[in-house]
Design a protein around this ligand. Structure first.
Ligand code: ATP
Ligand code: MG
Length: 291
């Protein structure tokens, strides 16, 4: 058919790839959870690190993917982000296989696909690409499809912005955890997030769900905090986790020490709260999987 291969290249270049279509691939047991809120500093990274550690400590195989150029999750899990061979930037902008990027963390059962600051420019680099919203999903589904690496949970830490890289995090996820700070709860901010979630569902045919809204940095001594928590529960009802993460300085110290709260201060309020969140997450995921 293609007599002159020198001109046309290999015949394979003209075949439709019969092997892979991310939408047709039915994931088996991997649950993908993105942690998202465009509000900065509301506890996304703290939640991602400690929930990942909780699940890994329970014996689940966990992959944490950092898609925030600040790379706080990668740093908090002990990686030297200035000296990485590859990062999630290569997956998003260069079509690199996720497998090349994943490194083990210091926590048993927990791997990480790290971010680097170059990721800031990724949204411009991919702005003209076909299917730019689905690059991460395709990479993850390809990896899981090969059965080369099996994970029970994949947790994705998003940046405080609803840019195209964060949209990749939404499109990829089965469900979302939305941390909200009880001091600075903003209904307007939540409306913007939920309208983006609905657009992702409509236009990018995803089955995205909100696993739960997570009140964070709660200080019961402050009247304003209690009032905000009440409003969050009134407004979002059973979408809100029963667990509210209390203010606890050990959580900040643990990140700086590059340890999970369970290792750094296992008896702290932070460790208690993230254990209780972990149990709720396991229950809610089970419920979604059986619906
Ligand atoms: N429950 C808590 N008690 C005390 N400090 C906390 C708590 N949760 C988070 N922090 C601290 O608050 C700061 C912001 O938290 P974190 O980095 O988790 O937020 P983020 O949403 O990931 O921020 P960004 O939007 O910049 O990515 C950090 O210094 C963290 O250590
Ligand atoms: Mg963060």
């Amino acid at each position: 058919m293609f007599r002159n291969r020198k001109i046309f290249g290999d015949q394979k270049s003209f075949e439709v790839n019969p092997q892979f279509n991310a939408d047709n691939y039915k994931k088996k047991d991997t649950s993908i959870i993105s942690i998202v809120n465009q509000k900065g500093g509301c506890g996304k990274t703290t939640t991602c690190i400690n929930l990942s550690a909780y699940l890994a400590n329970q014996g689940y195989k966990v992959l944490t993917i950092d898609i925030d150029p600040q790379a706080h999750t990668s740093l908090g899990l002990g990686l030297d982000v200035d000296n990485l061979a590859h990062s999630i930037y290569d997956v998003i902008t260069r079509d690199m296989e996720l497998d090349y990027v994943i490194v083990p963390s210091q926590i048993k059962n927990l791997d990480i696909a790290p971010a680097i600051s170059l990721l800031t420019g990724a949204q411009i680099e991919i702005s003209d690409l076909l299917g730019r919203e689905r690059i991460l999903k395709t990479a993850i589904y390809k990896m899981v499809n090969t059965n080369f690496r099996n994970y029970d949970y994949i947790l994705i830490d998003c940046s405080p912005s609803l840019n195209i890289v964060t949209i990749n995090g939404l499109v990829t996820a089965d469900s979302l955890i939305v941390p909200v700070q009880t001091q600075y709860f903003s209904l307007e901010g939540m409306k913007e997030l939920f309208s983006t979630i609905n657009l992702v569902r409509e236009r990018l045919s995803s089955d995205l769900n909100v696993l739960g809204i997570l009140p964070t940095m709660f200080d019961k001594r402050l009247k304003m905090n209690k009032e905000m928590l009440r409003q969050i529960r009134d407004y979002f009802q059973d979408k809100v986790f029963d667990t509210a993460i209390r203010m606890n300085s050990k959580l900040s110290e643990a990140v700086l020490s590059k340890e999970s709260i369970f290792k750094y201060a296992p008896r702290s309020r932070g460790a208690q709260d993230y254990s209780s969140l972990g149990q709720e997450v396991l229950e809610r995921v089970k419920k979604y999987q059986t619906i």
